[in-house]
Design a protein around this ligand. Structure first.
Ligand SMILES: NC(=O)C1=CN([C@@H]2O[C@H](COP(=O)(O)OP(=O)(O)OC[C@H]3O[C@@H](n4cnc5c(N)ncnc54)[C@H](O)[C@@H]3O)[C@@H](O)[C@H]2O)C=CC1
Length: 412
């Protein structure tokens, strides 16, 4: 793949992303009306989110062109796309429309060389995804798992813990997420981290935070009950424990980012080790949202040397103040170069903390975090905004991809 051409030409397309995506979908649905059903876009918000997801995935691919994990990421994506009933001919159709859209928005920046580079790149992408899908098929892995809700606990108005029993065993690693769909919201799949290490009865817990204008979370938090059916996609994600037993660990969990961290701690508790220097930071928007207290008590009993810091904003202060307090608390700790860090929570917090940790001495390659597909947590756009004042998605800003953070003067 010609990375330089791809990167430069994608930067041009990104600047006109909204137009590119409108063109892409119009082209795709005009030439392949049968593909329409794979993209259930019912409301303007859904459209925006679907578009954002597609472009986020493309931006990720372009950012990682030379990185080691790209092939694996694409294979996982292909495995997971079976839940949309994506077939090889759909990949061809999507590729044709994507390249037509890129050409349409690039103006004089589009050339025979650029088109050739994108043709080749798309072939590599589609082949890797189809390989992943084929391998999963050959292993007899289902496109999704049907599951029954067997338990539900509500925490306040906006948080639910659902316990699910898949009809057939769903193998997963602690820290992984699954995408979830309710038959009552067809086509809407959203990722949720599994909140437990694998259990002998194969049940799994999901922590669901309500997004008021969300597509799936209102259904899961407000209407889903024991006995209801849900579908679960192939487990994925890279937030899995990979630290040798002698190395100290730090876990940072914010909001429902507590789910994967809890699963990792359960795994750690079952593994012998001294864990003298292991630290856990739990961040919540207020005391009422510290919904994991019972589990925290149990983990404290199983990992007596675990150093736990719970952080909430000062009374009456906005929830983001907890992030400031977290950054201060992290700054007060030493030995970051020795620690592996596992980080989960809202993308804004994950970004801020990931930038701050290297300044404290942490090794960037040993800060592990999920790159969750967008859950559509951003506020929905009104129809007026859609046409006039749409905020730019974060990936429009080149600094959003800065690799080496600038540390404050006082940084280490
Ligand atoms: N594997 C992972 O990384 C997981 C990530 N999540 C993500 O966590 C979020 C769940 O949200 P809630 O539980 O409602 O959390 P929340 O909205 O209650 O936030 C918890 C704390 O995170 C910080 N925070 C929130 N938004 C921030 C921002 N934009 N910038 C800086 N700090 C911020 C604040 O300190 C806040 O007190 C979702 O975005 C979800 O996608 C959830 C589960 C697993």
């Amino acid at each position: 793949m010609d990375s330089e051409i791809l990167r430069t030409s994608f930067a041009v397309v990104e600047r006109r992303a909204e137009f590119a995506l409108k063109y892409f979908y119009s082209h795709l649905f005009w030439h392949h009306p049968d593909v329409r059903a794979l993209f259930p876009l019912d409301s303007p918000q859904d459209k925006e989110r679907q578009r954002d997801r597609l472009f986020t995935a493309l931006a990720l691919v372009v950012a990682r062109l030379e990185g080691p994990g790209l092939h694996e990421y694409l294979r996982d994506l292909g495995r997971d796309h079976r839940k949309y009933l994506a077939r090889p001919e759909h990949y061809t159709a999507v590729g044709d429309s994507l390249i037509a859209a890129f050409a349409a928005v690039s103006g004089s920046a589009w050339s025979v060389e650029v088109e050739k580079a994108w043709d080749e790149a798309y072939e590599v992408i589609a082949d890797a995804m189809l390989d992943g899908a084929e391998e999963a098929e050959s292993k007899g892995q289902p496109s999704w798992w049907d599951a029954e809700v067997v338990g539900r606990a509500r925490h306040g108005d906006d948080l639910a813990v659902l316990t699910l029993r898949p009809h057939r065993r769903l193998p997963h690693l602690p820290g992984q997420y699954v995408s979830v769909n309710s038959p009552r919201v067809p086509g809407a799949w959203r990722p949720y981290s599994v909140a437990n290490a694998p259990r002998s009865d194969d049940t799994l817990d999901l922590h669901v935070s309500l997004v008021e204008d969300g597509v799936l979370s209102p259904e899961l938090v407000r209407r889903t009950r024991a006995g209801d059916a849900l579908r679960l996609g192939v487990p994925g994600g890279r937030l899995t424990l990979r630290t040798p037993v002698e190395r100290p660990l730090t876990f940072i969990a914010a909001g429902t980012g507590w789910a994967p961290v809890k699963a990792l701690l359960e795994q750690l508790a079952a593994r012998p080790g001294p864990y003298d220097e292991t630290r856990l930071f739990v961040v919540a928007r207020d005391i009422a949202h510290l919904y994991g207290r019972t589990a925290l008590g149990e983990l404290r009993a199983r990992l007596p040397r675990l150093d736990i810091t719970v952080i909430t904003p000062a009374p009456g202060r906005p929830k983001a103040q907890a992030t400031e307090r977290l950054l201060t608390a992290l700054g007060n700790r030493a030995n970051w170069a020795r620690h592996d860090v596992y980080l989960a929570g809202p993308p804004g917090l994950v970004e801020e903390v990931s930038k701050a940790l290297p300044c404290l001495g942490a090794v960037p390659d040993r800060v592990f975090r999920d790159e969750l597909p967008s859950t559509g947590h951003d506020r929905a756009l009104g129809p007026g905004e859609w046409l006039l004042h749409r905020p730019r998605p974060h990936w429009h800003h080149p600094s959003a991809r800065e690799d080496s953070p600038r540390c404050p003067e006082s940084g280490h």
